[in-house]
Design a protein around this ligand. Sequence first.
Ligand SMILES: [Zn+2]
Length: 584
Amino acid sequence: MKPYVPTATIVLRTSLIAGFILAAPAIASANPSFPRGLGFYFDPLRLAALIASFIGWVKLCAWVDEDAAHYKIPAVFWNSLLLVNGIAGFLLIWGLPVFWLATLFFWSTVLAGSYWYICKRNRRAAVEDQLFNREHFQRLVQKYFRRTKTKAKLTITDGVPVKFISRSVSGEVEDADRVDRVQQSKGYRAAQELIYNALERRATDIHLEPTANEMAVRLRIDGMMINITPYNRAMGDGVVNVFKVLCNLDITERRKPQDGSFSAHVKNRVVEFRVATAGSVVGEKLVMRVLDTAAQLADLGQVGMTESMQTEVRDIIARPHGLFLVCGPTGSGKSTTLYACLHEIDRFSQNIITVENPVEYRLDGVTQIEINPKAGKTFASELRSILRQDPDVILIGEIRDKETAEIACQAAQTGHLVFSTVHANDSVTAIARMIDLGVPPFMLSSALQAVLAQRLVRMLCKSCRVRMKPSAETLKKLKIDPDAVRYTYRVFDSAEDREDDADAGTEEVDICEACGGAGYFKRTGIFELLVLNEKIRELIRENPNIPEIRRVATEHSLKTLFEDGARLVIEGATSIQELLRVSK
Ligand SMILES: [Zn+2]
């Protein structure tokens, strides 16, 4: 076997020889055009520049060779290119009478070649390994100009930019008296700070839960409950009272469940809060849901679908009628996906009506109706009146009873495109769920076009995620080809990954500024799309047997949630643990 000589060494040797060959005639003929200065045989400055250029060029060749081997890019072409570029550059330095201009030409040719290479290798590199892109420069700035991580602590200066409005966006006129009343009360400032903090941290729910002598405060961020500093009991009760007054609830009633809503101006936007209170043995607890009415509508790509899935979904949306179901547990992003689907439809040429509880996004050109079961406005009753308004597209917030399920199927069979959600774990189970609700299988089989199951996975914080080598066993479990992925990422663990030991003893730990120490930042969807074909329709009609439907669907390339999520692990967008957590 031939001993392996690294290509870098070959380049180095060749270039040295080339250098001598080039330099020899120069020395021999003592060509007067070669850089020389006054009083010295050679100009030391130019000589230094020449040597520096030579060393720089050799180093660059060595880096390209090593980097190309790393990304499995054929190195011969790039090595030869840089060699030829360098030799041409040195010939210019030798031949051109203006030394500095020639050096500039030398570096232009060499760097142009290297830049071409970098463009090629960036396509194979993971985002954080790409060079000369925006992230790379941001990393450099972070590294050299902001060495110290700032502590993630939300300090609020005087005047919290939160102004309460005592009415819901959809509700009656503003009641200034109530707002005045709470401004005087204890807990007002704390309530403002709580709302501000929660929104800054992107919380979707705020829970105030009394214990014997404290009021625990928990925020739901990216689907996870996080405890924040509790209030003492007196202050906590004060805060609960502020919210109750804003919602116009009975503040003397502390046992019976009550609900209401209020809004707040926070930094130029209006946010709506749905409040529910309930008595417990230790006191009254309060839960708030944040409805950001200014939230941007996502499109199919932004909710996390791959290009090919977007095409499949668009194909279903383009059909003139039929039922399209989205399923998943509560808080799995179903309504966001449904709105992304509505977004694809021309709202001004088609009559679109939605029935929801509550209306989460506001969309121009769409009639949005909120149900109110207490006032007798149920999904089923609202749907019946809607069907008389000649809609083309109907969005039903949720199907959870026989009546609604049947109306949805009938509407889908009579020329309407119907979107809705059901509570089911995966696409095939959703079919079973509809049958369990009492929809006749023959009706479902002709109405249903497709079922999309989905989950939200938290994305790793790009500032603090940690690269790791996945074990062969893990990759096997993920059904990932070990050659396709060199490394995956996991969440930063402050106990294990502390950078220096000096911090180890101190109480205060540096918290990642980008994610507030959670290790994850924002979420994205993973999907399982079951498009009904003739075979599956027949199965539903004749013999709704779930394992059999699943078997046929898998044969027709149904990709499970877990398989769809594996792509995010390969991309380094999420961790294996997170994927296992949400898809189990
Ligand atoms: Zn982070």
